[in-house]
Design a protein around this ligand. Structure first.
Ligand SMILES: Cc1ncc(COP(=O)(O)O)c(C=O)c1O
Length: 432
């Protein structure tokens, strides 16, 4: 919606000058080195921080940080904490190393992108939305996670925000919806989406969102910064559920959002401060620890996922497999362009439909199998789940079916157990 965001013009200039790049991926060694880091702080399990004197307290309350630390991070943990600050910095480097390098070369001092860590992925999504949404706004939403979908329906019902659910895998659908509804001020997508693993062309969509002054918000949870860095492709805001690949061990719930510095500091941070979607210092410390080997972990997970996807595709009891790394996937070429590889998630349908899928999933409820029947994803442990009755059960059935979340769809998150172990277990479960 033209004229909607006072910070837009400056951001778009910066976006073209810094954020988009011909390099679609951060070099793997650089990625792993940033993850490992050298500055992991001790745990600051504190809710408040003492001031030197009254003047110091007053100065910190207006955002000054005398030793160069993040503004507001040494006042009260709801506003920020050294452990959260460290994690925010690592995520910023992983998503924006290309921006940092360009800014350094140009000796540019003003920050372009801000990074905030939250108590959950949903806290990140809802705070970003609260940071801009007004009565009378419209938002375009692609295929998204069940709770994101229901949050959008809530905004529509309770606050009269117009939500347009579209098939975002075709950028023309976004273009047409933007043209038909000029009050749309944001587009929210996942790529690959949860759980059907369809991809959206982020670069193509960003061309349309830019023309219409609509923020392009990309939920990058399924990729983590390891597989995809959406700012390189034209995204305006990037969101993560850190609960998944960043945690990697299913030990905590957390989220993150990164986006235009002006928008975040003036609009998003006040909502963060007042709504209080803050993570605990311990969870931020845990995630700062687990992120250290995320790239190494994910490389193994993604390699195994490709092997499992190939195995399932040939299996006589499998009807259909969705894995972006398979040449048979409809968005395989796009995957090669915007992702490092096909990722660690697979969806498939078993021949025999729902009953056969339930038999397989119940097999993994047994304690002697190397996978867990559980939701969530990205862990070192492999998980199997049933989206229609679990993660996506809140989406009305007719909408679920249009999106391909059929009753026979099964979702797999590949851990680090190794191909032969998972293959043999899947074979055993499919024999039942
Ligand atoms: C793609 C995606 N986005 C957001 C979320 C929400 O994250 P959290 O559970 O950390 O709130 C999830 C959770 O499964 C997800 O899969």
């Amino acid at each position: 919606m033209k004229g909607r965001f006072y910070w837009w013009k400056e951001w778009i200039e910066k976006k073209h000058s810094y954020a988009t790049t011909t390099e679609k991926q951060l070099n793997t060694d650089k990625f792993n080195a940033i993850c490992a880091g050298t500055g992991l702080p001790n745990i600051h399990q504190k809710s408040t921080f003492k001031f030197k004197d009254v003047a110091d307290g007053a100065s910190r309350f207006v955002g000054n940080s005398p030793s160069g630390e993040k503004p507001y991070a040494r006042i009260y943990t709801r506003l920020g904490n050294p452990n959260t600050e460290y994690l925010e910095k690592v995520l910023f480097q992983l998503e924006c190393q290309h921006i940092i390098e360009t800014a350094l070369k140009r000796d540019e001092k003003n920050p372009t992108i801000a990074s905030l860590v939250f108590s959950s992925g949903m806290a990140a999504i809802s705070t970003i939305i609260m940071g801009f949404v007004q009565p009378g706004d419209g938002i375009i939403v692609g295929n998204v996670y069940g709770c994101t979908d229901s949050l959008m329906r809530f905004l529509q019902k309770r606050f009269g925000i117009d939500i347009y659910f579209v098939d975002a895998t075709n950028p023309e659908n976004i273009k047409n919806t933007l043209e038909a509804h000029p009050h749309v001020c944001a587009v929210l997508i996942e790529s690959p989406d949860n759980p059907t693993l369809q991809l959206c062309d982020i670069e193509a969509i960003s061309k349309y969102t830019e023309q219409h002054e609509a923020m392009l918000i990309v939920d990058n949870t399924f990729c983590s910064p390891y597989l995809q860095q959406p700012f390189r492709l034209g995204a305006d805001v990037v969101i993560h559920s850190l609960t998944k690949y960043v945690s990697g061990h299913s030990t905590s719930i957390a989220g993150a959002a990164l986006g235009p510095f002006e928008f975040f500091s003036k609009e998003v941070f006040p909502v963060y401060k007042d709504f209080g979607p803050t993570p605990s210092p311990f969870d931020s410390w845990l995630n700062s620890l687990t992120i250290q080997e995320m790239g190494v972990r994910m490389e193994h997970q993604c390699k195994t996922a490709l092997q499992i996807a190939e195995f399932l595709e040939k299996h006589p009891k499998i009807e259909k497999v969705w894995y972006p790394g398979l040449p048979s996937h409809p968005h395989h070429q796009l995957c090669k362009k915007q992702m490092r590889n096909g990722g660690g998630m697979i969806s498939f349908e078993v021949k025999g439909g729902f009953d056969a899928g339930v038999r397989l999933m119940n097999y993994f409820a047994r304690p002697d199998t190397p996978m867990e029947l559980a939701v969530s994803l990205g862990s070192v442990i492999s998980y199997i789940e049933h989206p229609a009755s679990m993660t996506h059960s809140v989406i009305p059935e007719e909408d679920r079916c249009v999106r391909g979340i059929t009753n026979s769809l099964v979702r797999l998150s590949i851990g680090v157990e190794g191909f032969s172990i998972l293959r043999d277990a899947l074979n055993a479960g499919l024999e039942l």
